[in-house]
Ligand binder design. Sequence first.
Ligand SMILES: Cc1cc2nc3c(=O)[nH]c(=O)nc-3n(C[C@H](O)[C@H](O)[C@H](O)COP(=O)(O)OP(=O)(O)OC[C@H]3O[C@@H](n4cnc5c(N)ncnc54)[C@H](O)[C@@H]3O)c2cc1C
Length: 267
Amino acid sequence: MTELRLITGPGVYVLARQSIDHGELTRFLHDTGFPHWTTDSPCDGESVVEIAGRVCYRSFNGGRKHDDYVRHILEVGHGSVCEHAVWTLLITGVSRTLTHELVRHRIGLSPSQESQRYVDASGVAFVVPPRVLAEQQSWERDLRFGGHCPDYADWLSACSAALNCYLRLLGPPSDRMDREKRKQITEAARSVLPGCAETRIALTGNARAMRNLVELRASKHADAEIRRLGCAILDVMQREAPNLFADYQRTPLPDGTFDVTTPHRKV
Ligand SMILES: Cc1cc2nc3c(=O)[nH]c(=O)nc-3n(C[C@H](O)[C@H](O)[C@H](O)COP(=O)(O)OP(=O)(O)OC[C@H]3O[C@@H](n4cnc5c(N)ncnc54)[C@H](O)[C@@H]3O)c2cc1C
């Protein structure tokens, strides 16, 4: 049996975030008559949101502190200004099944996903579904039974059979084969890879779209694997932009994830 590489959770990396050109901000404030305006925003992404909001009402002459300003935006649902704050995440350790759901988010989120046609998946890893993983872990803890639980063993053997079939269809590597032929072989072979095959995806999104993603996917109604990712994205975004993501409450669920809710859905 081919040795399987298994994955038990996602990786989320913050590749890029915005930075303000302070020279240009100073020039704008000077030219528009507000040379003394400052903000106590914790990050440039949130500053951009506040500045965009203040442009709407020409309100650079004092008023609310930054945290109060952002809270007010969320309360009144002035969500369009949240579209000015943008991040790029690199997401690893997730299944193709998960990304099939992730890329359904059409507005304000731009995905670039690893290609199964171009990338040789001979060393592909498999994402253990949270429920199968939990069952296996409980069998490991229970010394009366020991070993692998039947669901886990079945799942492993299905992944192994799929990988062996993939490798057979791919055939031995050959330097003499032209690129087009190799692509045709890879695209036929990939058809037998299961939904739990690992993939990687770059995701650029604005804060409004990230909020919608969290609300739909870090929810008790969502699939367990994407809920785990939704919770991880919320953790990251709360570190990145604490005020833009401050209004979420987490209710623990039995599987170790959370049902995330907010009084300000779809701002
Ligand atoms: C628990 C759960 C179960 C699901 N089950 C299924 C399923 O069985 N089958 C299935 O196909 N999908 C399913 N989905 C996917 C779901 O239907 C959405 O496609 C996905 O969640 C993206 O949500 P969204 O449309 O809000 O996001 P986005 O596509 O990012 O859109 C954001 C918002 O923009 C607005 N918007 C976007 N496009 C339009 C438009 N064309 N016209 C008007 N307004 C628009 C809407 O207000 C929308 O909420 C499920 C999702 C969840 C969370």
